[in-house]
Write a new protein. Structure first.
Length: 672
């Protein structure tokens, strides 16, 4: 009975282990499929939003948005690279802080002199060593690549290095010329940033894949060499690149200097280590710590001390330490000295790499790619990230555009109000004066010929030229005021690329330096719009004399001809005076209405012209205003879409999904 029970337990345990293996394989497969879809969707999201935004800026310069489009393209390529990386070899990164013999370690692991020793690059790129090709593969920021021989690749890299060096000189010279004319810290910071964008050469080369012979390591891994983590010239952008690339690592070999541990430089090492780990985003769970240059420690007691001190000093960062002498390992390979290679510790490192990484390569790779993706998504929330910096500037300029638009409307509303007040006062003053002359001089119309009556009425009673001069003087003054106000507003409401530096300072320098006699075409065009939008003075108005002649016509002529004598004359005269007053009041009102239309037309023309000029200057930065609203929505939608939380598949979900497909249902039922 007991034997049967033991056998059943054994059988049950075997079935359980079999199921565990099956579920582990299915979990990895399901995990990989789900992650592949997720990366693919992220790639298409970035690509589609880039195309959408690009459509919104057609026909405009949109200088500030060009880096955003480049970043969206770059993001899409990163997501696509993560997707492709799920099918690629295991990526093993070699990390070093300063001069720790990183190149020697790489060469000793590959058993081939692939990495250049004692070379500090000026360009930021990573070097990947793999045994798949016979030529080098150069990869660029825009996703393109090209193949070159090893010799041509080195020449290409050397040329890129020279471009970087030359551009730094140009930037330094420009800074020396412009800086003295600036006063504030904000101006100087903006100048520094602007000159970097204008002059500093940034190579599009991001990765070089070097061919190496197959050996124990290159057969299973791609070895990745990266820039040092603690360098004097480590800029903010370079730190972002470091984080981005180190998060792509499936595994990391972190090199430590045995000399620093041996000679009591622990404080310096820990400080550098914390900075380095911060530069790569704080990820340390996939790292093998390697103490290099152990051969430089002369006494065995010192070696023992180093191995004892390392966990005490650096245990918070690493769980295990492998001591090696990369120089001995490489010398042993070159001289085919097996004993020297074994004594170097390199074989222990091979064993640790295979044990730590290769046996769990698939699940480690899945988790590392997901970590890399999450890190990239996390960057989307950083204020200094390029998309967020641009969105901040865009929202600020959109808010400014709306305020400027309101200000233009308010200014012209006030101008029109003042103009109407003056015109109405002048009209009432003219009516009062003409009414007095009607009372005083209308009787003089008697006994005059028809021609004389018209002359008398124009020159003595109405004084048409005087009235016309006064009204057209008002029109001319306010048209001039509107033109002057418009000239002021077009300058006040122009959008500038630089927030702190005066545009004229920068433009004068860059025109002299780079464009000769060229001028800012956008600004010229803006003022051209304003200049040619004005309506010529009095275009839609006839002369005052013609206006009044047409006004009275034959009806008054009939009244004049019917003048009688005595009492009849008295009543007729009063009637004529009343009609003249009413007619003048009505028709001076009609004439001033025409003047109002003239001013309203001009105001409307200038408002439209100013808004066009303002929108045109705005378009040089962001595209046209209405389209920029769509751009803002598109960027925010993109961020929201990419930020959707991704959770790896749970084993319970796989169990439920595949319950009908697995034969060991009784075990599954117990687990579920």
């Amino acid at each position: 009975m007991k034997m049967n029970q033991s056998y059943n337990v054994f059988l049950y345990a075997e079935k359980y282990r079999e199921l565990q293996r099956l579920l582990s394989d299915k979990h990895k497969l399901y995990y990989k499929e789900k992650l592949t879809r997720h990366f693919n969707e992220a790639y298409h999201t970035a690509k589609n939003h880039k195309l959408e935004i690009n459509n919104h800026i057609i026909g405009s310069d949109a200088k500030l948005i060009q880096p955003v489009l480049n970043e969206l393209e770059s993001l899409g390529l990163k997501f696509q690279e993560l997707e492709n990386g799920l099918k690629d070899k295991f990526l093993l990164f070699i990390v070093g802080m300063g001069n720790v013999g990183k190149s020697t370690v790489i060469n000793s692991l590959l058993e081939h002199e692939a990495a250049e020793i004692d070379f500090l690059p000026k360009t930021w790129k990573i070097d990947v060593f793999e045994n798949n090709n016979s030529v080098c593969l150069l990869k660029f920021k825009n996703g393109t690549s090209k193949k070159l021989s090893i010799k041509d690749t080195k020449e290409f890299i050397n040329l890129e290095e020279m471009k970087v060096a030359d551009s730094k000189k140009q930037k330094k010279e420009a800074l020396k010329k412009i800086a003295p004319s600036l006063k504030t810290i904000e101006e100087k910071r903006e100048l520094e940033k602007t000159l970097e964008e204008q002059y500093l050469y940034k190579s599009d080369l991001v990765e070089v894949r070097w061919p190496v012979p197959e050996n124990r390591l290159s057969e299973k891994f791609k070895l990745v060499d990266t820039p040092g983590l603690v360098q004097e010239n480590l800029s903010g952008e370079t730190k972002m690149n470091l984080q981005e690339y180190y998060h792509k690592a499936d595994g990391v070999i972190w090199l430590l200097d045995a000399n620093k541990i041996a000679h009591g430089k622990s404080k310096e090492m820990i400080s550098e280590l914390k900075e380095a780990i911060e530069n790569i985003g704080g990820k340390t769970n996939n790292i093998i710590a390697v103490i290099n240059r152990i051969d430089l420690i002369q006494h065995n007691s010192e070696v023992k001390s180093v191995l004892e001190q390392a966990p005490l000093l650096l245990g918070e960062f690493f769980s295990k330490f492998i001591p090696i002498s990369a120089k001995k390992a490489l010398d042993g390979y070159k001289t085919k000295n097996t004993e020297l290679r074994e004594a170097s510790g390199i074989l222990d490192l091979y064993d640790e790499i295979e044990s730590r990484f290769f046996k769990q390569a698939q699940i480690i790779r899945l988790e590392s790619k997901l970590t890399s993706f999450r890190h990239q998504v996390k960057l989307l929330d950083e204020p200094e990230y390029i998309l967020n910096e641009y969105l901040t500037r865009l929202k600020k300029d959109q808010n400014s555009f709306e305020k400027k638009e309101q200000n233009i409307a308010t200014v012209f509303k006030e101008i029109r109000k003042e103009f109407i007040n003056e015109l109405e006062k002048s009209k009432e003053h003219l009516i009062t004066r003409v009414n007095k002359r009607i009372d005083q001089f209308t009787e003089g119309l008697y006994d005059k010929s028809s021609y004389e009556k018209k002359e008398y009425m124009n020159n003595t009673i109405f004084r048409v030229n005087e009235v016309e001069d006064q009204l057209k003087g008002i029109l001319s003054y306010w048209r001039g005021k509107i033109d002057e106000t418009s000239k002021t507003l077009v300058n006040e409401n122009e959008f500038h690329e630089f927030e702190h530096i005066n545009d004229q300072i920068m433009q004068s320098f860059f025109y002299i330096s780079t464009k000769g006699d060229q001028k800012d075409e956008g600004l010229v065009e803006s003022k051209k719009i304003l200049k040619y939008s004005s309506v010529p003075l009095g275009t839609n108005m006839e002369s005052m004399e013609d206006f009044f002649l047409n006004l009275f016509g034959e009806s008054l002529g009939g009244i004049f001809n019917s003048f009688g004598k005595g009492i009849a004359k008295f009543f007729t005269l009063n009637n004529v005076k009343r009609q003249l007053k009413d007619s003048f009041k009505t028709n001076i009102g009609s004439y001033t209405t025409e003047i109002k239309k003239e001013i309203d037309n001009q105001i409307n023309h200038q408002k439209v012209s100013l808004l066009e000029a303002m929108d045109q200057s705005y378009s040089r930065l962001h595209g046209y205003y209405k389209n920029s609203l769509l751009i803002k929505d598109s960027l925010e939608t993109f961020k929201h879409s990419i930020n959707q939380k991704y959770n790896p598949p749970m084993l319970l979900d796989i169990l439920k999904q595949d319950k009908m497909k697995i034969s060991n249902k009784e075990i599954i039922n117990e687990i579920i």
